[in-house]
Design a binder for this molecule. Structure first.
Ligand code: SF4
Length: 376
């Protein structure tokens, strides 16, 4: 019998010093609310004491968790360890904005038992950082990387964005190559999405710049994947690369394979035993609920085999390891090789997927169109 997977814990920190030009995530800039928020968060954690007992990943994401003081993070980590069992070799990640912490602060964060950093660098070109509305510059980004290594972090992830207006492949590779000089354990490379309602979206609507054509975007994706794999990284998910599978994000993999997870904070999602539930998105509602001794749950759904199977297919086809066909049949009751025989044959013939060693997995070209692949 397979051992039950250990759940992951996500804590959402919905504060940002300022809003980036491309971002449509919910966050607030009133950092004066942080102490009140942390009190509410502790209450929410306490409420799950009996339902979730242990975790092997803890992820502080946002927003901008590095806006919390070291003392606040320390207190939060202490509470987590008092309420739950955190297994000894747990992966504990915090997202960091390069404008926030110096070498000393990073050393203190490391001392709190946080063993993985996800640093939101996005670009190493000052003009691009300005366009994105980031509040750090190239110099701060490079210094944070040096400081993080010096502070003792060996598991460092760098987030980068490509496909910016006016960006050339040469410009993108300059950022990427420089990032590699720090030998990060992990890289997330995202294509810029220009979303309606964001400052960048409004500028785009006014015709201030154009998007790179689809073919160019595909070029960015394919060349990045080739380059990073040649440099020794594993392209293990559409946007994610790891120096080896021990450094692939253990936490994020839980979202992709239906391992249970608890998410706390506004808009955080949780999953357990087919049930998914999620919190209210707005901070004021979240605070009022917890201060009134209510859980801030907005809604919930229970997934049947078909829904779970569709999700597993969608998420599995975004990963290099793909889908174990026999396990999929046992778990969800669908034999993909039989039910989708013709389609799979066509996708194999067009070089988008391959079937190898009992697994259905996307090729690099398939990963480039992963969202449409999942419409299977
Ligand atoms: S991209 Fe990150 S730092 Fe920027 S506004 Fe969005 S959540 Fe905040």
């Amino acid at each position: 019998m397979e051992e039950a997977p250990v759940p992951g814990l996500y804590l959402h920190i919905p504060f940002c010093r300022s809003r980036c030009a491309y971002c449509d995530f919910y966050s607030v800039t009133d950092t004066g609310l942080i102490p009140r928020y942390l009190d509410a968060l502790l209450k929410e954690l306490e409420a799950y004491r009996d339902e979730f007992t242990s975790f092997d990943t803890v992820y502080l994401g946002g927003g901008t968790p590095s806006l919390l003081s070291i003392a606040q993070i320390g207190a939060l980590m202490d509470t987590i360890r008092q309420v739950f069992t955190i297994v000894p070799d747990a992966e504990t990640t915090i997202e960091v904005n390069p404008a926030d912490w110096d070498r000393e602060a990073l050393g203190e964060v490391h001392g709190l038992g946080i063993n993985r950093l996800s640093i939101g660098i996005q670009s190493l070109d000052d003009q691009e950082l300005l366009l994105l509305g980031r509040r750090h510059d190239r110099k701060q980004a490079l210094r944070t990387l040096e400081d993080a290594l010096h502070a003792g972090f060996t598991n460092i992830g760098i987030d980068l964005i490509y496909g910016l207006p006016g960006q050339t492949l040469q410009g993108w590779f300059a950022s990427l190559r420089q990032a590699l000089t720090f030998s990060p354990a992990h890289l997330s490379c995202y294509e810029l999405e220009i979303k309606d309602g964001t400052p960048l979206g409004r500028r785009y609507k006014k015709g201030e710049f154009s998007r790179p054509p689809e073919e160019t975007q595909r070029d960015f994706f394919m060349r990045t994947s080739e380059f990073l794999e040649e440099s020794g990284y594993i392209h293990y998910e559409v946007s994610n690369f790891a120096m080896d599978m021990d450094h692939a994000s253990r936490h994020n993999q839980k979202y992709w394979d239906h391992t249970p997870y608890l998410g706390v904070g506004p808009s955080a999602h949780s999953f357990r035993d087919r049930r998914r539930w999620w919190n209210h998105g707005a901070l004021d509602r979240y605070l009022l609920d917890l201060e009134g001794d209510r859980l801030p749950i907005d809604d919930a759904e229970t997934l049947d085999d078909e829904q779970l199977g569709m999700e597993a297919l969608f998420l599995g086809l975004r990963t290099k390891q793909g889908i174990d066909l026999e396990r999929y049949r046992r778990q969800y009751g669908f034999d993909l090789m039989e039910d989708k025989a013709l389609l799979l044959k066509e996708l194999c013939a067009s070089g988008l997927i391959e079937i190898f060693d009992g697994r259905l997995r996307p090729t690099r070209a398939g990963m480039a169109v992963a969202d449409s692949l999942a419409m299977l």
